[in-house]
Ligand binder design. Structure first.
Ligand SMILES: [Zn+2]
Length: 469
């Protein structure tokens, strides 16, 4: 039996949970014709238990945001740290321009995405997928049984497809859109170096990524010098070299190097074109070991080889002192997602190897033209470097590493929560998001708050308009 009161009661319950009341913003990605409007009627008990919350309901997103910004400020940490000791770096700080701060919520997220390892990306995508599915259930978007299988499939494809497009748009936006970058600022006698960068001349480089783009990218990230280390070619390095400033302190110097294979491992060879052209095979892909041994036999002239990541550290061949051939430096930062992952898993091993084998620790962006976030910087204290020519700077850097080895460099990294393994991995999204919030500057917090308030007001305005209509 159905009576009028019961129907009226049901109507009231349904009214209370209309979209306009419950969701301040229309957040569905699926157009209304693709989404079923059938919704579950919630039991009265749920309604009663939520009644007291009703006055704050439109405010909840803003309240959560303010809470997160305040609480994370209590646990704030510097956005950069020494990648070996994990401690604060006194001689450098991360500077965010006014343009960066203005767009902080967007750029912080883009930066965070660039700092994730392969595993963290996978954890993020799985979390998004699960969250999206749960959200659909929570919204009560259950398709009625009358929907034909064909239409049902089309709707599922629309739901998943549009969500995938949205995720891809964020990833591509982060990788391709030109934007302000967070930059390191160092004391005058320190030079900030990237030991590993690619141009369009690498087969896997972004097709339009010229050496001058490389220079601009590095200037925006606060680098003073960057080694162009393409695969199998010196073209990018030569182009960059020809446009270098007269003095190293006047701009970003692009210094020549090459990334080659030696016994299966990828190594970067500094100053390869001008000084060690003869140690490679004809295709510039591999090292000719006899030639390398010969070039390395003269103390003070040994080619400086850098072990890059990801790599098999057990296959690395270290130099054993003056006049011997081998690796003299190792990446503690490699900006590629696979490299970032290996460092987080094997940091202790890399540090131990560097210490026991007297290898300099360096940062390499391994940047191929995508993304606008520097993951790490190599700092070297070279008093007077600003008045030297780029050529002389390259000589001094190589000579310092050759002679001094471990301890001649300091690697600084952007902080990101380490969820690479164990129980932390499934919780990557909340942990890295929390880590990002902790690193925000006061200005960035204000920007986040301003954006939050603006979006909140916009949603209220939309709601009021809808009610008025
Ligand atoms: Zn590379």
């Amino acid at each position: 039996m159905v009576n009028a009161d019961a129907l009226a009661g049901g109507y009231v319950v349904a009214r209370q949970f209309t979209r306009a009341n419950f969701i301040p913003l229309k957040s569905s990605l699926v157009p209304s014709d693709a989404a079923s409007r059938a919704r579950k009627i919630r039991p009265d008990a749920t309604v009663d238990s939520l009644t007291w919350l009703r006055p704050v309901r439109p405010w909840w997103a803003l309240i959560v945001l303010v809470g997160l910004l305040l609480v994370s400020a209590l646990f704030s940490i510097p956005p950069i740290r020494d990648a070996a000791t994990m401690e604060r770096v006194a001689e450098a700080e991360l500077v965010r321009s006014a343009g960066y701060v203005l767009l902080a919520p967007l750029l912080n997220v883009f930066d965070l995405l660039t700092l994730l390892s392969v595993r963290q990306h996978i954890a993020l995508l799985i979390t998004l997928f699960i969250g999206y599915a749960l959200w659909w259930r929570w919204r009560g978007r259950v398709m009625p049984p009358t929907v034909t299988p064909a239409r049902r499939a089309a709707r599922v494809v629309a739901r998943v497809g549009l969500a995938l497009l949205a995720v891809l748009a964020v990833y591509f936006g982060g990788a391709l859109l030109p934007r302000p970058m967070a930059a390191i600022e160092v004391q005058p006698n320190i030079v900030a170096i990237d030991f590993h960068a690619h141009t369009r001349f690498s087969h896997d480089g972004r097709p339009d990524w010229t050496p001058e783009d490389v220079r601009t990218w590095h200037r925006k990230a606060g680098f003073d010098a960057a080694y162009v280390s393409d695969h199998r070619t010196f073209e990018g390095a030569r182009d960059g070299w020809s446009n270098n400033p007269d003095l190293a302190g006047q701009g970003v110097s692009l210094l020549p190097a090459i990334e080659v294979v030696w016994k299966g491992e990828h190594v970067n060879v500094l100053d390869a074109d001008r000084m060690y052209r003869g140690i490679f095979n004809a295709t510039l892909r591999d090292i000719d070991e006899d030639a390398l041994r010969l070039a390395s036999s003269v103390a003070g002239n040994e080619p400086v080889l850098i072990e890059t990541l990801p790599g098999d550290l057990s296959r690395m061949i270290p130099a054993r002192g003056p006049g011997t051939m081998g690796v003299r430096a190792i990446e503690l930062i490699d900006g590629a997602p696979r490299g970032l992952g290996q460092v987080r898993r094997e940091r202790a091993r890399i540090l131990k190897l560097a210490d026991s084998l007297d290898l300099a620790l360096v940062a390499g962006s391994n940047h191929h033209g995508w993304g606008h976030t520097a993951t790490g910087w190599t700092l070297m204290s070279l008093p007077g470097w600003r008045g030297e020519t780029p050529e002389r700077l390259a000589f001094i850097i190589a000579a310092t590493i050759r002679r001094g080895g471990h301890g001649t460099t300091r690697v600084v990294e952007r902080y990101v929560a380490d969820t690479e393994s164990g129980i932390a991995l499934p919780f990557t999204v909340p942990l890295v998001a929390w880590g990002m919030l902790r690193t925000l500057s006061v200005e960035e917090r204000i920007a986040w708050l301003a954006w939050g308030v603006a979006l909140f007001l916009l949603s209220r305005l939309k709601m009021l308009r809808r009610r008025g209509a």
